[in-house]
Design a binder for this molecule. Structure first.
Ligand SMILES: NC(=O)c1ccc[n+]([C@@H]2O[C@H](COP(=O)([O-])OP(=O)(O)OC[C@H]3O[C@@H](n4cnc5c(N)ncnc54)[C@H](O)[C@@H]3O)[C@@H](O)[C@H]2O)c1
Length: 320
């Protein structure tokens, strides 16, 4: 099958090329992000590996040979799923390449906020050698971390936070208690919001836009912090700003925001009690390599008529 990488901002695609070469296949790297660029550069493609390229109805109408679109990473919001299904195009992703990294990043934000590392670093370098500026800090075992979303990453995060001594509350309508996760106190969202000393979000944006609003922040403890390594939009950013200013919550650690990339003059960036990173929770050298290998392996599987591991839409007559 004719395979294109529509677009990719990685340094090289050697890993992908090797997977295809080992399978006796070729892959062509393009630089196509807009609909017209995809149509111009990849017009005879059967399989697309995409990073940011928009795969819309217009693209699908123009490229009838297209059979499979697989995305580098988890989110497939650049692909029109409904149209893909109508056009008989299988869509897939790679959801499990950086679970440890995302959970670790949330842990890093949690520890930075709870031990006040960033704030005290700034204060010590720019003001005074004075631990009293950090008061109060509490022992982890006296605090509860609320995990919203107990899927792949939420459970990974919960196990690490638990190992650090935090008490764990969790909310996920689909969570089933098991021996492995018997330390998670499975509660309602309301109870988690009111009783957590830190809340970490591990849910998709789909169906959850604005879930954390000013009303939600008001219900949280004033001393609690919020962590979002999931997706922008789940937290209403104007409301977060207001909540940080008014002391409704004590701090926030944010890796994902509404309109990325976010300019550095964003008002939230001037809040001392907010830590921000540029949607990098997924990243480590190892996770990046794993993503590239897995995306190419999925394309090879599809090309061989084998069952793909990560289908997004359900089509008739496909081996998923
Ligand atoms: N920052 C990054 O670099 C990065 C990287 C990878 C994934 N992510 C994000 O992390 C999030 C979690 O990924 P995952 O692989 O664990 O997904 P997953 O599908 O394994 O788990 C998501 C869980 O959220 C639950 N859920 C959905 N809505 C909920 C709600 N309102 N309340 C409680 N639970 C709810 C679902 O039942 C599911 O169990 C996703 O948003 C993903 O996009 C971020």
């Amino acid at each position: 099958m004719k395979v294109y990488i529509t677009d990719c901002d990685h340094d090289s695609v050697d890993i992908e090329k090797k997977v295809f070469a080992d399978a006796g296949m070729e892959v062509t790297l393009c630089n196509a992000k807009s609909e017209d660029e995809v149509i111009d550069q990849c017009g005879d493609g059967e399989i697309f590996i995409v990073q940011y390229a928009k795969i819309t109805k217009k693209v699908m109408d123009a490229i009838p040979s297209l059979k499979y679109v697989v995305r580098y990473g988890v989110g497939v919001d650049t692909i029109d799923l409904l149209e893909a299904t109508k056009h008989g195009i299988q869509v897939g992703n790679v959801p499990d390449y950086g679970m440890n990294e995302v959970a670790d990043h949330a842990i890093a934000l949690l520890l930075s906020l709870k031990r006040k590392i960033i704030m005290m670093n700034d204060n010590t370098k720019n003001n005074k050698w004075d631990y009293q500026k950090s008061i109060p800090i509490h022992r982890f075992s006296k605090q509860t971390v609320g995990v919203v979303g107990l899927g792949r990453i939420g459970r990974n995060f919960a196990s690490k936070a638990h190992a650090l001594g935090f008490n764990i509350m969790g909310y996920d309508p689909y969570f089933k208690k098991s021996e492995e996760f018997n330390y998670i106190d499975s509660v309602s969202l309301e109870k988690l919001i009111e009783n957590s000393d830190a809340i970490s979000l591990h849910i998709p944006s789909d169906g959850n836009i604005g879930l954390f609003s000013y009303e939600t922040f008001k219900k949280m403890k004033d001393s609690a912090v919020i962590i979002n390594v999931a997706r922008g939009g789940i937290i209403n950013e104007n409301d977060l700003d207001k909540a940080l200013i008014n002391g409704e919550i004590a701090g926030a650690g944010i890796d994902c925001m509404e309109n990325e990339p976010v300019p550095s003059d964003n008002k939230l960036f001037s809040r001392d009690n907010l830590i921000v990173t540029p949607h990098m929770a997924w990243y480590s050298e190892e996770a990046a390599s794993e993503l590239k290998r897995k995306v190419a392996e999925e394309a090879v599987r599809f090309s061989n008529g084998e069952k793909i591991h990560y289908p997004i839409n359900k089509l008739e007559n496909t081996p998923v």
